[in-house]
Write a new protein. Structure first.
Length: 136
């Protein structure tokens, strides 16, 4: 199953966070938001189908997030968990840790904001459009 989101970068994207990365519906981020890599996303977890949510709410489900911009590309893998409610209306967070909250899409991810492709991050700093593909 696949779910697609369009988002865009922001001049304050720094991509320095060591344990998470986030995309949000919010149009603005401050200079200290070092985990947020995309703003103005067109869909949220509230738009996931019930079947998609049930697959993610399983600790054995491998989740792949593909991020692509004009010049950059990255793939991040992690896992679902039964405690993932996938209910936050504006934010989607991927975590290297096993922490769960309504904003969490996946845990035990292999990358955080600081690990992302340099060309991808440069595009996001220059406010380019990013396609996000979530596969389960």
């Amino acid at each position: 199953m696949i779910f697609k989101i369009k988002t865009k970068g922001h001049k304050n994207v720094s991509s320095h966070h060591k344990s998470t990365f986030e995309i949000t519906k919010d149009p603005e981020i401050g200079p200290t938001a070092d985990c947020i890599i995309g703003v103005n996303m067109d869909n949220s977890m509230n738009d996931f189908s019930d079947d998609f949510k049930s697959k993610i709410a399983n600790k054995n489900t491998k989740i792949t997030v593909i991020l692509s911009t004009e010049n950059g590309y990255d793939e991040i893998t992690g896992f679902g968990h039964e405690n993932l409610t996938l209910s936050h209306p504006t934010d989607i967070v991927c975590r290297k840790s096993d922490y769960t909250c309504p904003r969490t899409l996946m845990i035990n991810a292999n990358k955080a904001a600081c690990d992302l492709d340099e060309k991808l991050v440069d595009d996001l700093k220059n406010e380019k459009v990013m396609e996000v593909i979530i596969k389960v």
